[in-house]
Structures are given as structure tokens and as C-alpha cells.
Write a protein that binds this ligand. Sequence first.
Ligand SMILES: [Zn+2]
Length: 970
Amino acid sequence: MVRPSAIRRYIGVIAALLLPASLLVSLTAQGNEPELADDTVAEYTPPGHLEYPEVVAITVPDRTALDALVDTGVDLAEHVEDTAAGLRVEAIVTPSEQDWLRSAGFDVGEPLLTEDDFTALQEERQETVAEIEAAEERAMQSGDDLRVQRAAWFRNHDETFVQFEVWSEAGSASADVTLEVSLDAGPGTEIGDGTTFTLSRFVDAGHYMFHRTNLPRQESPVPSRARITSMLDGEVIGEVETDVTEFLDGEYPSGPGAPKEWGDLATGFIDHYVDATEATATIEELAAEHPELAEIVELPNETNGYRRKAQALFQPPSPTFTIDPPSSAAGAYDVVGASFGGTTPFRGTPGDVVLVDDGTDNPTEGCSPLVDFEAGSIALIDRGSCPFVTKVRHAQEAGAVAAVVANNVPGDPFAMGGNAPEVTIPAGMVSLDDGNTIKAGLPAAGTLRRPDLDPHRVVVESLAWGHEGGNDISVEMADPGEPSQPLKVDVDGDDIDVSLATDADGAITSTAAEVVDAINAEAGELVEAYTFRGDDGDGVVYPCTADECYGEPGTPHLSDFLSAPDDVSREPFTVKALRIGKQRDGSNVGVLLYSQEHAREWVTPLVALETAERLLRNYESNETIRKLVDNLDVFIVPSVNPDGSHYSIHDFALQRRNMTNHCPRDGVSDPLGRNSWGVDLNRNFRVGNIHQGFSGASTSCTSDVFAGPEPLSEPEARNETWLAEEHPNIRFAMNTHTHGGYFMWAPGAYRLPTRDGLERPSFGVENYFYEASDIILNRIKEHRGTSVWSSRVGPISDVLYSAAGNSGDDHFYENDIFAWSFEAGSPLWTGNGWSSVGFTPPFEEGREEAMEFSHGWIGILEVAYRYSRDWVPPRSNLSPGAGTYEGPVELAFDFSEPVDIYYTLDGSRPTYDSPRIEFAGPRQGQEPITITETTTIKWFAVDVAGNTQNYYKPDGPGRNYRRATIVIDD
Ligand SMILES: [Zn+2]
């Protein structure tokens, strides 16, 4: 903050030395008389040597000071930031200019960017340009390497769409490279008979990923072939042709345990959005009804509960200019206070409202001293022609008790800027419309009320939970109605009466800080009082009851502001899982299906309830369902976050997090902040979290991705890890969210700027995830034809964003579970674009989303069942195989099912410590092995169930691995 003396000082400098003569003349002509200070400093003179400018932040207290800074003529960035310390602007100034500005009283910060920084930037740019040019040169000479990652068409309801992802070597280095896709018009037609379009260059967290279609493109007819052309400077530098294959074609893999038609399946067990109390009651009823197939598992960590302390916020009414009856303008008008002038008393400054006359041609602008103004009135002045401080000073000099300026252009009023310590009356602005209404209602009396609430605010909070007595406490801040009274707090049962202190004139003098201390001293058994968000609390307290200030309307009591009916318990909630399976002793493969980490995702508990009922009610009649229930151990948690669920259903629909308030007393812990408390449970886990430097969470207690004070701080998150660790037979997990239509897995987070930090799944595991997605997403599609997009299937951090500390990563990396995440609720095709469905779609749509993703959950069980039947050794073949080749050979593997392949090139026996086949990059195919001299390659394949090719035992002595000799004949 710049001290007032400093402000006066530099204004003096500027007026004397720096204002252009024309501006000085015009200000004088308008009646503004700049006050010239005596202690001026010398005009700026550049030094006798070359200086390099630096970027510095300069903070000024208000617009007038900013104008003064602008008038110095220094180089300022076109951006002003409103900060707590004042207006912050960046200047590009030399060290001697900085010294000069400081001597003129400006608050000049330390350099943000120096000559070294600029030199480094220039060098970095030069290097990048050189790299791009070298890459372009290489591409021009030897062509672009193009790798087609996705060339897919799919049906969504009745329409056909295509999606492409193509990695370009030249395009990875240069944005000048463009990729164009040309389609045929179906089998038997030529490429080019269909449409042609350009792909976007997809860069994530500063890293080139690939080129892609941003959204699925509607295409008709269905293409069968495509050519991708890579272009640089109008020349073709690469070209590749590819089949366009159907994504989610409804075909299921064959083999033991493979999915079949479901046959007649009873569905449709949901009819409204449910809160966690209802969802829990439903699974308890199901368990009671089917004791031979299901039981309730109580999770050990109770939630904090759908409960809060009761609160009230005592504050003056909002700033207004009120006009009294019987004027036609009677009513309250919004006022925005000025940056200068006296503070408005909280109960307001009353007076007759008088439209000013300054005796000029524009008499109501008040740019000259006022004539015939009755002292003690409120001056109403039109904006225009001279500075705001001039108008208000003239009003004050004429005896006005307050000044209201009417805007002269339409729109909202704004804070009048200016610096004028001699102005002590309060001032504010009303809109043009309101100003006209008030003028039409004159003569009238009115009151201007104070705009700045925070110093006057007192928060009172019960020690007891609202439902345990907090809601019964009443608090009143009373005006004693007599002069010279002391501040008194009387406690009678649950009633706290605060009698505010008054001065000899009967005006209230108790400040917020004094009232806080008095309440805590006298009523500390019942409540705690505190000032607003750490404010000093030196404002006078306004007399009112809780509901008159800010509380539950219609009651003088404190309130927990919770509106769920009484059958929603206010006690800590025991989260329950429904365990379904013929044998629930840990001997079968376990599957953990959980919903509603995020409270507002109302569709997700319905996915859980629909699936639970399908499994239990179809057991007798449906062979597929019976097979799943007989052979799997299924844990269904309809609502991980019951407190948030209750709050979202009954109070604040967009609640994402749990209800636990981690904000400090001097932070956002008052009732105005109650919708921004809680921990994002899907950021509260141990792996890849913000405390380890991963991206995609926050340490702010009011952020919607608040990670909590530490990993697993929240009971809801600990319940999830307990389930997984207490039941080691759990091999699969699904973390169900909305919305967007995604099927995702690890890694779910990365560090910046490297965009890594968590190990990617192995080649075999990731291929297994893609195979599983084929089963699960085809099942989803069977319900009403909704296709999840191929671009939304993959690792969370590749297809959505980095989500530091999510539960899927915890299950995958900590407990070796095949852990997936759904975003149910795919976008809907409107005929000419995609429309998002939102968190709380109309139930009609929400029901369909729950039905189709329940299909997906059963698809997961089919995948798990197939896994439990997988005793078949995988097969793999080298391509090309053993033989004699001229020159280097690139080797890859074909395989019968998703496998990891371990290999050696040095003749040794392959083991789990040997090199492993990996992906060439995210969303790419396998990285080939390049052989340049005669080599015998030895390898074995292992599937995700642990079966090895030929039953080879990598840790035994056997020699039944695969081998092939590649002879290079130079
Ligand atoms: Zn979510």
C-alpha cells in the first residue's frame, strides 16, 4: 500500500512536470484545480549508458494513481489486475527508470523478468526453430513416418461417425505439417469418393500426442478405406492407406467363458433419483430378500455425517440508496461506493435528496460550486464533464451530508475512482435508469447506506451440531435505544441477547471484534463467534436477529441450513456394500463396483441399484446371470459419498465433494461458504496425488478438486481401500462417474512439465483393457445404441485429464486390481452436433443412462468371469519369423490373446527380468525390435491370468520357451 503522503507527493510531481500542457489546460477548464506539491523531483533523464529494460510490477492504490502512472509515459503492459494491495500493473522499465519511479513515490516491485530471461527465451526460440527446420528438412528428404492409431467408424443410434488418430513423426516436431484424411464411399469405391478433412494437432500439457478428429464426424456412406496424407509447404511428404474398421461391432471374443447372448433379462428396477439413505435401504432389502445370494458388508469408517454446526452471519443490510414514501420513486436502489470520501454509516445517512445546480449550462453535473443548495441534504449529481472528486467536493463544500452520482450511460453503476483526502462525506453511484426514476420522484427524502460489509460482520456458530441443539440457539444483536450504554451479553437458556454499546448520542459503537470477544466470554458454552474471514472487525455491528441479517428466514435461531427430511439421519453414516455371490468366502474372483464418489452424479447410484436387482432377480431364470453370480464375488457400493449425496439431493444439487469443512476460522468457514466445503474423494488417494507433485487437484479448501489435508484423510476414501485390502480376491474394480461417456484406466495423473510419473500399464495389460472395453462397451451399446467414442477409451490422463490422487490409480498401483473408471452419460447427437447430458439430466434421460451403464457393469462381470475361466496358455508368433534376410529386419509379435512378451537377444534364457515388448508410444502399436546382425531371439508370452505359452516356467530350468534365428545375409 502506498502511504497517503506518498500519493500526494507523486501527484504533485506529475501535475507539475509530467502532464502534457494540453491536459493541464483542459483540467483547469473543467474546474479541476490540480494541487501542486512543493517537494517535486527532477524530470527523468536517461543515463549516459545503454540500459536494458526489465519487467516489474507496480502497485498503485486507485485509478487516480494509475492515471498518474500512465501519465509518466513509462511503458506499461495492457493489463491491470485488481489485487488486495491495490491495482497491479506490469511496467517495462530500465533500472534507472525504476529508481526514478520509486523516488516519485510509486511502489515498484522486484524485477519479474530481466535481460537474462529475455536472452534465454531468444535462445530457446532459436533452438526450437532450428529443431523444427531440421525436422522439416529431414521430412522433405526422407518423408514422414505416419502411424495410424485409430481409423474407426461406429454407429451411434441411427447415425454413422468416424474417428481418426494418426501419429506423425514430422508433425511431432513441426506445426507446419498438416494431415489430411481422404475417405472412400464404401467397398468398391475409390479413396476420394468420400469426404476429405484435416486432422487437428493434439498437444497435451506441452507434449505432442498425435493428430486426430476432435469430435466424431458424421459420415455417410460408411467408408471402408482411407488415405492419410502428410503435407509440408504444399508438398506431400508422407502417405499411408488404411482400412476403416468398425468400432464396437457387437462381436464378442470366443473361447472359454466368452460372453453370449443374455437371453430374456428382467430390467428396469429404478424409477426416480435416490439419495444414499434410499439406496442403502434398497440394498438392505435385497440382501434380506436373497439371503442365500447376498449380504450387507458394513464399511468400517463412518462418514462425518449429514450434519453441520448451526450458524448465523450478522451484517448490515446491503448497500443501497433508499427513497422514502410518499415519493413516486420510493424504494431501494443499488449503490456502488466510491474509492474516496468518508465511509457511510452502517445505518445510513438520511437527508432530503436535492438535484444539484452549479449555475452553469449543465447545472446538474456539479462541476462548479453549487448554488442554492440546502445544507444537510443529500446531493444528487449527474456524471460527466469533470472528475468525480470534484463533484463530491463541491457537494461537501455546499453542506451536503452525502453525494449520489447518477450514471450518464446505461449499464451497472461502478466504483468511482479518485483521490481526495479532503472529501469526507460518503459517496456512491446509481445507474442511469435509477437516477432518472429518483429525479422524477423529487422532492423526496432518502438514505445512503454503507457499502463495505466485512468489517461489520460477525459469524456465530454453535458448538453443538445443528440437530443436537445448535438450531435451537437464538442470537439477537439489539440496539438498547438509550445513550451511553455498555456492551452486554445475556444468556438465558438457548437465547443469547447482545445489547450493543452506545455513545452519548445513542449511536451504536460496538465493533465486530468487541462483540465477538463479548459473546465468546459470556456465551462460550453455547457458541463460538468470529469476525468475517479474518477481518480485523473494526466496523460497528448492525442490530438485528439472525434471520434479519443472514440466517434461516423466519427464525431468530442459528441454523445448520440443512433441509433434508427427518428420515435422513444427521448421524455419521455407515456406508454399506451389497456383496452378491453364491460363495462369498473369498474363493471366487472378486469385483468391486462403486458409485457416487461425486455426489452430484445422480445417475451413478442408479447404475448400482439396477445392476444389483438384475443379478438377484434374474438368478433363477437367466443362465448367464446365474453363471456370474455362482462364480464371482461382487461388491456393489451404490454411494461412496452418502453425506454429499444427501446434500446434493436435498440442499445443493451441484455438490461434488463430501461435506467435511476443512476451511480455517479465518478462511471461508462462514455460512456464505457452505456450498464450497468438502474434499474431492477422487483426489484423496495415495497414488499420484498432489502432495507428490501430480497435476489435477488443489490444496484449497474451497476448490471443487480439493485433495484434503493429506492422502486418505477422509473416511469415505479409507472405506474403498479397506474393501480392496480386506478382500484380496478382488481383481477388478469400476469407479463410476458421470458424464461424458468414457471408459478409462491408469495412469490417471501426471506431473508437469514432463507429463509422466506413473508407470504405464504393460503392453499385455493395456491390450487386455482394450479387449475388455470391447465387451463392456458393446454391452452398453446393446441397450439403446449409444456408442462410447473410441477417443474416450484409454488411460484417464490421455483421454480426459490428469486427476491427481484418484481411486482408480490407487486400486491399480497399490492393490494390483484391474481398475477402471466410467463416465456414464455419453453426449447425445442432435442432428448437427453433440449435446452434453450434464450431471443431473431429466430423469427420463438419466434412467436410460443408468440402464445402459448397468449393461456395462454386467459386461465387467462377464470379463471377470472369463478371466476366472482362463486356464488356456496363450500363443505368440514372431513376424516375420525365422529365416534369412537382407539388411535390417523389424520384428513384431502376433498373439492369440493380450499378452506380455519377454525376450532375449543374447542367447540367454528369457525370464521375467528380461526385456519386455512395449508400446511405441501412448495409444500406438507395439514397438518393433530392429535386428541388424544374425540373432537368435528367445521369448515367452504370458497372459493377464498368468498362463505362459507352452506352460513355460520362467523361474524354472526348462527350455520350452520360443526361439527363432534371424540370419542377416549382407
Ligand atoms: Zn465424478
